[in-house]
Design a protein around this ligand. Structure first.
Ligand code: AHM
Ligand code: MG
Length: 339
């Protein structure tokens, strides 16, 4: 029988190798994984669990919240607040940061999440997920006794110490990086544990598959239009090959496909809301996904700059996103500088 490596064992071994994961971070990741298992259970119940439909509220970004958005947010907070590993959390579904209540010990990590990504797919039984990103409080001076504040979260993505997502699809799968490549764990429902099923995931540098919401084409900027028009022209066009399109409208599911077989994903700036840099959020969507993609040999930019180098100025900051197979991302990025 081939040896099964659980998430717990994987993390313990990562901790042993050069102390890559300090014990508090290991605990944090185990707790996030446990919370994802609970969210998976709620997602699986569907109409039998009174979890479907809207909650009748809006989040800080003016989006209607689904019941599962709120349930997933609560599960992540309840699971993480008491363990002593975190100083604070931030979420797509909360206006400000959530400081660990002072009845619990405070740790040195900051956790950010999109508790339920792909909300528009909840009610139609299409894959959705949880995205998370971990930073260290006071990255520059870990020993400072200053109380945690929103400003502590405003670190560029290259300072993340862990990032990942859990996808609730035909399988429940956790994909994780701690800066040493990308590993994937599949939930064994009988055992109730995540089992390592792929390591050192690599994204092919070239691809013939793109993911973008084509209905927004008339609103895009010229470089994005040019790239997609060239893909659509197929064999007869300047690219000399046919492309395929996939769009699931859950970033988690679209990025998962890219990690498994390559491709390019774009949610670019568009003219519908010209003052917003994009639709997706930098800190808990683009940064964790950007790091995972880079760790798998791909690239992630906003058309002009590496996503992980953007200095955030707000918790819920938005960003234009182009990520996936390296050569395609570099091509779209070069079109933005007029090449
Ligand atoms: P959400 O975090 O509210 O679910 O929104 C993010 C989602 C992404 O998962 C996806 O890529 C995009 O929004 C889909 O947008 P569209 O509705 O334009 O297809
Ligand atoms: Mg989202």
């Amino acid at each position: 029988m081939t040896e099964r490596i659980s998430l717990t064992r994987y993390l313990v071994e990562q901790q042993r190798v050069d102390g890559r994961i300090p014990p508090q971070l290991r605990l944090l990741l185990e707790v996030v994984a446990r919370a994802c298992k609970r969210i998976a259970l709620a997602v699986n119940k569907g109409d039998l669990g009174e979890v479907m439909g809207t909650a009748g509220t809006e989040n800080v970004q003016g989006e209607v919240q689904k019941k599962l958005d709120i349930i997933a947010n609560e599960v992540l907070i309840e699971a993480n607040e008491w363990g002593g590993h975190l100083a604070a959390m931030a979420s797509e579904e909360m206006d400000g940061i959530y400081v660990v209540p002072n009845r619990f010990p405070q740790g040195e990590y900051l956790l950010m999440f999109d508790p339920l990504d792909g909300s528009s797919n909840i009610d139609v039984n299409v894959s959705i997920g949880t995205i998370f990103s971990v930073l260290r409080k006071h990255h520059d001076d870990p020993n400072t006794a200053e109380p945690v504040a929103e400003a502590d979260f405003l670190q560029p993505g290259h300072q993340q110490v862990a990032a990942g997502y859990c996808i609730y699809g035909p399988q429940t799968t956790l994909v994780l990086t701690v800066g040493d490549g990308v590993a994937m764990f599949t939930l064994d429902r009988e055992q109730g544990s995540f089992v390592l099923t792929r390591e050192n995931i690599r994204i092919p540098e070239d691809t013939k598959e793109f993911a973008i919401n084509m209905s927004n084409m008339r609103h895009w900027d010229e470089p994005v239009k040019r790239y997609i028009q060239e893909c659509l022209a197929g064999k007869e066009g300047p690219r000399g090959k046919d492309f395929n399109m996939r769009w699931i409208a859950s970033m988690v599911a679209d990025v998962h496909r890219i990690l498994m077989r390559g491709g390019i994903f774009m949610y670019p700036w568009d003219k519908r809301e010209p003052n917003k840099p994009g639709k997706l959020r930098l800190m808990y969507e683009a940064n964790p996904m950007g790091w995972l993609v880079e760790q798998a040999g791909g690239a992630a930019t906003n058309g002009k700059q590496r996503i992980l180098d953007i200095q955030p100025t707000q918790l819920h900051e938005r960003v234009s996103v182009i990520l996936g197979s390296k050569n395609e991302v570099e091509r779209v990025t070069s079109y933005h500088s007029g090449i």
